[in-house]
Design a protein around this ligand. Sequence first.
Ligand SMILES: [Zn+2]
Length: 65
Amino acid sequence: MMATLRCPICGKQFDPETTDAMPFCSRRCKLIDLRRWLDEEYGLPMPRDADEDEEDEWKVPEDEE
Ligand SMILES: [Zn+2]
């Protein structure tokens, strides 16, 4: 009666009772998943905001001598 789960990160089958990082097989995989989320959050281009920021910057006069 081995109830195994498959880790969504590495695909390894593991015993849920041997990990404290559910639903992952290990803390390492849990961290990898967390990083993925963060990467997506900061890596995604946000067209609307980016455009607004750029316009503001272009309005700033550069030669003030
Ligand atoms: Zn894993």
